[in-house]
Design a protein around this ligand. Sequence first.
Ligand SMILES: [Zn+2]
Length: 497
Amino acid sequence: MIARVIVLAALLAATRSAPEAADDLELGRRGVERWGRAHAVLFDSALPVQVGAAIHNFRGTLCYQGTDTACRKLLSDDDRLDRIVAAYLDRAILGKKQSVATLFALLCAAIDVESERTGWPPEEAKRYQVYELPQSMRGNVMLVTDRGIVTRPYGIERIAVLPGIHTIATARGSNERKLYELTMGEGTAELKPIQGTVSSEPDRGTDWSLVCMQEGVRSRIEGQPVWGPGRDLVVQRPAQFISAVGLSITIDAPAVECNTTCRGAIRNAALDSIAFWRAACSRCERNHLLAVRVDGEMFIDERLTLEGPAVLTPGGSGTTFFALSGRPVAQYVRLTATPPAVTARLRADATPLAKFLAGNDSGAPAMHIAVAGRPSRCGGSADVIGCAGAGMPIELNANDFVFVGNDSPLFGRGEERIRLDIVMLHEIGHWFGLPHVDPLRSVDKSRHAIMEPGYIGDGQCITRGELGLLDDAADLGWTLRLKACDGFRIQRVSAIR
Ligand SMILES: [Zn+2]
């Protein structure tokens, strides 16, 4: 509750158009990379995102009237910013203390602002542990994750990871790779060689520009502010997704239309969309949607692979990314690729999650995604890109549009190129019960809410207002909850108001 109030305060403060979130993520990446090189550290891909999000949060909160000059000056001074990031990482990664000053607090201190005044916590728990590699293993070391391989363009002497079980690889010569399982505890570490092969697919990461983060975009539904006072936090008629641990997805795409790459792109876009939306739900139960089965393949919340013995009770919610510490939301990783010990532990439990993992889908919500022609349930118009309703099948119009991922065509025909990730984020929002929001209420003209009825493409992202909508949609009794299917339409020149 307190977090929500703080978020609202930050929202009201950040009404100016800020640089792209992607720019601040880039600042974070640069600072972490520079620090990592100086200390020969291999770090996971979440760390630069976390640092970039903290910088973006600082910009959104402090680069406005009163403190804007000092704030902007600091963020445009590369060396000074990198030094502050390095001071943060020295403590948060290499330090011994269990509680460290947040990067946000250090940035505030640099411009003589007491961070407490903003309402954001000045300290955070130390999360990362460092493993010092034995002399013989130093050099070309990689972190093997389910999202691909993480490498750094310098020699590695130590690895910074969260407590849990990790796979690392060392390379000697041309192709030969040795694999190890690294079990990190609080102050303990165990390394043992394991058998297996590793593909060299690089870490695919996540497109964080799909989340507006601190952008001051406010959304409304039919004239009603999304962040109205007196939100009733008691759920009268809980939606299934509040408590379901698993979700089952089927993708219906003709092989001639959609090859393996295409199916993989649809699956990844769906998983990322669910991960973003579910992180926003503060009315949902702690273990909701921990696992997603897509056409028989199982994906689980990445925190389950990082936890120790209490693997089925991950702490906290991904909401912290939006609300407090600038930590990324939890993504889904493929279950079969996690270390065998973790897989065995997950399957051995008798909880609803274990039942779902073992193949018992009874009572689990289902999602159906179809690559199809003009969606008939949304009027059959050539202007409708995608169509979905709460809990209803998601139809993608391959008849009139070419869907692309990373600028490459995936499926479909026609003149217009459409970003699959944006359409999926929008349609899955409907699946959760979110209605369309009023496009005219955007404060920041360079940003558009993902649930606007028109497809805009770049710059369309989940706004703060829409994060709150998921809490509303969690109650089947919410009067504005989406009922009928709703089409996501192309904005043709004549149709723009
Ligand atoms: Zn729609």
